[in-house]
Design a protein around this ligand. Structure first.
Ligand code: HEC
Length: 166
């Protein structure tokens, strides 16, 4: 069993739900999630800053992929496009959350982020289209790299501790 599973159980129960129920259920549980950790109060983890899984090339590709496919809903800098991403819309679905580390995306390992990008949420009553046949693997990973690059070192380190790169 990879170490992140046991770590995750202790640190973040909702992450487990995501794995065993459907991806969308966790998205639905966004409203129940507490705020992200205070990134100001802890000093940046120097080791994690230099060990991100992506490099400049992926960020550059990701920026153009994200601008063309994601920014309309998630914001140019992945900051979101609504005042409160936890409040349901009139149709009962959730608005696109920020992906810049201020919301929930950092609770999911890369494989799950990829799954969300592939499948979207429409089949589950959400609003996000799936990109399985629209983007290739490299472009999807680059889009993840792009929005992860807005995450603070502390958030990134937490994600990494949970086994995020899996
Ligand atoms: C039409 C609007 C729309 C577009 C375009 C869109 N999304 Fe989304 N996204 C959403 C919504 C809304 C959700 C919440 C789940 C749902 O309703 O489907 C979401 C959820 C997500 C999540 C899960 C976040 C979390 O905190 O769990 C990720 C990751 C994500 N989107 C990435 C992307 C990426 C990358 C792209 C571009 C390739 C993209 N989205 C394009 C609307 C969109």
């Amino acid at each position: 069993m990879p170490p992140w599973r046991t770590l995750t159980i202790q640190r973040n129960p909702s992450f487990m739900h995501f794995r065993f129920l459907s991806p969308f259920l966790l998205v639905l549980s966004l409203a129940a999630c507490g705020p992200s950790p205070d990134t100001e109060s802890e000093s940046a983890d120097a080791a994690s800053a230099s060990t991100r899984w992506y490099g400049a090339q992926q960020i550059a590709l990701g920026e153009s992929v994200f601008r063309q496919n994601c920014a309309v809903c998630h914001g140019e800098q992945a900051q979101g496009t609504v005042a409160d991403w936890r409040s349901r819309l009139d149709d009962g679905s959730f608005p696109p959350p920020p992906l810049n580390g201020s919301a929930h995306a950092w609770h999911h390992p890369r494989s799950v982020l990829l799954q969300v990008i592939n499948n979207g949420g429409i089949a589950l009553g959400g609003q996000m289209p799936g990109f399985a046949d629209i983007l290739d693997e490299e472009e999807k990973l680059a889009a993840i790299a792009y929005f992860q690059n807005f995450w603070s070192d502390d958030i990134y380190a937490d994600w990494q501790d949970m086994g995020g790169v899996n």
